[in-house]
Ligand binder design. Sequence first.
Ligand code: ADP
Ligand code: ZN
Length: 743
Amino acid sequence: SSSLSKPDPRRKPPSTGTRVSVLVPLPFPGPLDYLAPIPLEPGDLVTVPLGRRETVGCVWETDRTLPADFALPVGREVPLARLRPVIGKLDVRPLPQSLRRFIDWVAAYTLTPPGLVLAMATRIHLKDAPKPALGWVRTEMPEGDLRITPARRSVLNFASSTPMTTAELGSRSGASAAVIRGLASAGLLREAVIAVAAPFATPDPSHGAPKLSEEQAEVAQELCGPVEAGRFQVTLLEGVTGSGKTEVYFEAVAACLAKGKQVLVLLPEIALSAQWTDRFIRRFGAEPAVWHSDLGAKRRRETWRAVAEGSARVVVGARSALFLPFADLGLVVVDEEHESAFKQEEGVMYHGRDMAVVRARLADAPAILVSATPSLETLANVESGRYRHELLTARHGGATLPDVSLVDMRADPPERGLFLSPKLCTAIDETLEKGEQAMLFLNRRGYAPLTLCRACGHRMQCPNCSAWLVEHRARGILTCHHCGHTERIPKDCPECHAENSLVPIGPGIERITEEAKLRFPDAKLLVMSSDTLGSPAATAEAVRKISDGEVNLIIGTQIVAKGWHFPKLTLVGVVDADLGLGGGDLRAAERTVQLLHQVAGRAGRAEHRGRVLLQSYVGEHPVMTALVSNDFQTFMEQEAEQRRSSFWPPYGRLAALIVSAPSAEAADALAREIALSAPEREGVQVLGPAPAPLAVLRGRHRRRLLLRTMRGIAVQPILRQWLGDIKPTGGAKVDIDIDPISF
Ligand code: ADP
Ligand code: ZN
């Protein structure tokens, strides 16, 4: 309901009022000015006219303390008399100042119009503003000489001071809606707002507190300090897999709850949250609020409201949870901080981990970054003294780290056409015989990554992208993992028409599953990939089957690498440890080490020692050495050295300019134009243009330029100046990715 009546937008605006700036969820450079006929506060969500439409926006103030370069343009200075009036105010809490400042910050950092960042924060209100539900209550008015029929009597018996909807009151009393309305017009009932019960119970900080080891207790205390002091401070919580990092940061969560403040925990993938949520309930005796993009509309609204009111005390979510309107945020945790899934690569391109630190700073709250294999970025911040560092060195309960060894695929090859080496197969046999569980990991969905014609060599390629089509044999299709293009697997080669000549090249997990079924006919198999686990509920069910020992051979993509705790799992086989090292990406080695270490960490988390076998053709690669020796420090130091010497992140700053156009010629022309006006100054370097990592994507031709600067030089002002005069035409455009995750 609006607290202002809705004036006709064509009506002459009222001549009195004050000027307010309102940020609308559209790509304007800044907020627009309106006339406020009633007092409005910054943060109020309002309906405003825009052209011939109406939109929901947020009352903004322009923060004059920002550097001139960051200042957001105020709407054109239209004289007060000609401003259009605000139409109405939504009945929701105003967006808190810390969120508004965060939106401005993200917009300035990512070079995105602030309205588009606001759109992420208020998406639910733009479509359907929540209306308070109304119900009937009995008034003080006596019955007097009103004729009381049996139906009216029944309604009056059930009506009380607690509001009930027409449907509720009708079904209890057996009376029709007309009877209820009749009593209302006689003054015996009136409408009242139904108070919404807080949908989230309050977690209890002392509910299931564990007995911490000495090392854990010391680290927990260090983490609790800044929470209790209510002061911004970033701490890296590093510890081997199974060392109790989660238990330890739960202590900081408990400290924050004890202070009455709210906690935000970010997880890289929400599929993880089932097991995380169970643990949270065991520890705190109540459910956390969960936030991700697949929530139903009703749940989204409830959660948004509860976060704004402060009744949702702990939110666990995907990166988009950063944009929730926390009333009183006291702690931000980023679990698995090294994960690239925190980077949003479309729309507003931001890194969830980095923005979590900013969110914490603007709320004067501490942040904890958690990982067994921290990113080079975070390690560099530790080294420079910006972040504190806490280390857990031992696995909880004396469990030892798994024994990692290589299977040299050159010396111990699988049989022709197969992918599991004799050594790995023997290890699986032994594990299953002992009644334990084994897991095969291959980070590739589908049956085969490439299909080619044996007769002419034709490769099945996506018509829209520079990528091969992936065979999904179970569904009889070839599909592009970038644009979704799908076609049936042809019988004959579309190029040379040779019959039955198409053959799959290389394995995906469907093919490994086929091989495992033949090789281990008695194993109870479970496949875990985004193709087989469509929903969080399906993932939870799969995890339960593993934990309860209903299956003993698990085959999965990177979804199995997440922070799962599977006590009966003692063997992990990595089918292709070299996958991911190819391509020109400087960060490939770091990512591969992090992923494989995390997969390996699934093995032997309880009393039995775990074993990990890495099938590799490049056993001497530093990635394999690091994994086998369990020495990441040396590996990361080498990586750091390589990047430091040439100012790659985190030792320099980087932005990617992705130029795209419907044709290769147009993309080249725009890329050349941009390259010609490239900035020339000390400490700034432009690389490219070169074909982007996916040179054609969804039918658009893509080129990439990289802007690299020395650490002390911000890339945003350079980019603004550089691209200010570039006006792409004919469907061409430039997207800017600050801090790209591959380079
Ligand atoms: P990490 O997050 O470092 O991989 P977890 O927090 O998942 O480690 O801990 C691994 C396992 O050990 C979990 O089952 C956890 O409940 C258990 N654990 C860790 N610390 C303790 C403790 N102090 N008391 C009881 N159980 C613990
Ligand atoms: Zn495609």
